[in-house]
Design a protein around this ligand. Sequence first.
Ligand SMILES: Cc1cc2nc3c(=O)[nH]c(=O)nc-3n(C[C@H](O)[C@H](O)[C@H](O)COP(=O)(O)OP(=O)(O)OC[C@H]3O[C@@H](n4cnc5c(N)ncnc54)[C@H](O)[C@@H]3O)c2cc1C
Length: 387
Amino acid sequence: MKQKLTAVIAGGGIGGLAAAAALGMRGWDVTLFERQDALRASGSGIYIWENGLRVLEALGAAEAATQHAFRGHYFEQRDNLGGIIESAPIRADKRLMTVRRPQLLAALADAARRYGAKIVTGCEVTGATARGELLLSDGRRVSGDLALGVDGVWSRVRQSLGLEVLHEQAQEGALRTVIEAMPGDIPTADAGKYIENWNGPLRLLITPVNDREIYLALTCPATNARAKSTTLDKALWGDAFPAWRHLIDRVGADVSWGVYSVTKVTSWSAGRTAILGDAAFAQPPNLGQGGGMAMQSALALSVALADVADARDIPAALVAWETQERPLVDHCQKWSCLYGEVANLPDEVRTMTIRAAMSNPWVSAQVFRAANHIPTGTGHIPVWDQR
Ligand SMILES: Cc1cc2nc3c(=O)[nH]c(=O)nc-3n(C[C@H](O)[C@H](O)[C@H](O)COP(=O)(O)OP(=O)(O)OC[C@H]3O[C@@H](n4cnc5c(N)ncnc54)[C@H](O)[C@@H]3O)c2cc1C
């Protein structure tokens, strides 16, 4: 009988749990180490495009992850006067769903455990070696045939393997929170929409995540101390977006602030140790694909390793995985950064730029290339509207 291969994973976020589930599903013996004392998602809601939904389906986590989720049919952008910049229909065969992050994380964790993965919380990884080893803060060294660093933007695994080319914090960040949905919050004419509102360098993204809750992301330059205060300056934000003052006024104390990060690496692996997710390719959230790319790469990793019989074959399989998956991930990161540039434009110029760009089929294809992609390991799943 083929001997079980073993994997040790640093990080129990979206990417780490997806990797644990994907490898576990293919018969690996997986142990995941998470620094926090419990699996906890920072941030409030999350957009999952068709590519991410397909990965969740392949992992057997889609139903739990998307139960009661909101499925929008338009992504609308509005200017500083409330006028519509662009109202883009979301294709029927390309779903976009929004959920609470804890729901997504719990669904991935359940899938990982179902496939036998062991999840150890309260355990910090301080480094790694290219021999499939993770170093733990209590002095222990754990090893597998494969080690994975999925430990986020400040990845110790990436740093200790010397793979980092760049870790840049963007000039922008977002306050994120969830409010209870009340009747009349969203006008009937706007039902089924995600609505992104612009005013100068401020942005308010309104995202239902189920029929009871609305996720709000309030974006501003990291230098704007008043706007980025987690004790929300309701007067400032309400004046910037008067049509949505009723939502802003209901924001409570549970508000988190985070700046956007970009990470770039020389390679996704060194020997038998690999990195993925924000550790390897963090991107600003303008395309809503950071989590999607993490899950997609995790599933693809398990496919690339499916025929490996011996640990000695792993380094070559990791190189092949990166060769196949990296072009799309790099593309997505580049276009997410590019898209973010419109935040720096004056209002009227931004309106003209978005309209001109998104009415150009080539630009639109670049922006949605990741969402329209059939991820590795999901080819057997029928296209959504042909089921
Ligand atoms: C404002 C904002 C909005 C976003 N919106 C979207 C969206 O709508 N859709 C989307 O797809 N993506 C979105 N993203 C991106 C998405 O959140 C990330 O790409 C995704 O969380 C990456 O997953 P990950 O597992 O690589 O990293 P993380 O989610 O950061 O998980 C890393 C995990 O590793 C743990 N960890 C860290 N260091 C250690 C250590 N030393 N030892 C052990 N454990 C450790 C952390 O506690 C954490 O649990 C958004 C990001 C931001 C900032």
